[in-house]
Design a protein around this ligand. Sequence first.
Ligand code: SF4
Ligand code: SF4
Length: 316
Amino acid sequence: MKGKRFKTPFLKGHLLPNALFFFAGLPKGSVVSIDVTKNCNLRCKHCYFFNSKHETELSPEGWSRRIDQLKKQYPFLYSVTWVGGEPLLRPRIIEENMHKFIHNLVVTNGSIEFPMWEKMHFHVSIDGDEAAHDEIRGQKGLYAKIRKNIDNAKGLEVSGAMVITNTNKNSIGKVLEDFHGSNLAGFMFDFYTPSMGAYGKDSLCIDVYERDQIIDTIIGYKRGKYSKLIFLPEEVFELMKSANMNKVVKNCPLKRSAIALDTNGLKKPKCVMGADADCSKCGCIVPYYLFLRQDKKYIIKSVGHEIKKRLREAYV
Ligand code: SF4
Ligand code: SF4
């Protein structure tokens, strides 16, 4: 018997959250995204953040007070996503407040060395192969720099996240090849979400039918060499297809259950992408993932799968 120790405990990490999703869905106010700073060291072409004006931001003390207030208001609040701007420009605020949540995620551009926060999950934006990424992000040498930072982040949980646009859509295979076997724990994909009225005019935005073909390509990669690297289930990608997306976005689970705070600690009207995002063409993977997590058949299947995996590891 190998007696392998799993990083995530079965009861607290799998059974209880799945039971909650099965019986109650995702409670209102259980997740929050925090624009912790108005600053960023980059100016990416597809950035939604700088579409809105952010002239001020809360002080560190102001954020601590705002988070305590939220925790009182929403007793089920367990998960936070630290965004910005570039959240690692204000590490002190994250460090002082992360213990207030069960689950913490930092979404970073990867240009700053990762702080050694063992319980943190990091998502690093990797928007295409070296040429596409450095072009979109407007900084030559950035791809190599984030690769180095990822390789140095041993012991931390770091995943890659690519926003697919018309500029980088042909480099998905190359990116997966580049990061296969790296220190990345996984890789996820979003599609660029246009602003209201910009679909068909915004050159970065991919037509939803072409999106379907790209999704099939990603599923093909997942069924092949990159099954572990592309860690999200195939069902999430299927939900993102043109024939299925409407059932998710018409009553978006993120908008329903999550709170998105701007740099002043004020609630944004829809989600982290702001009031101007076109929900009918939403390319953010999170609402599709949350929809699936609340699907009863999927919950039963995934708990069964986890039990089998653990038994296999323990006794084979
Ligand atoms: S790194 Fe993020 S916040 Fe900064 S400009 Fe790029 S997309 Fe915007
Ligand atoms: S843009 Fe997407 S994630 Fe945001 S509220 Fe609309 S459907 Fe939900």
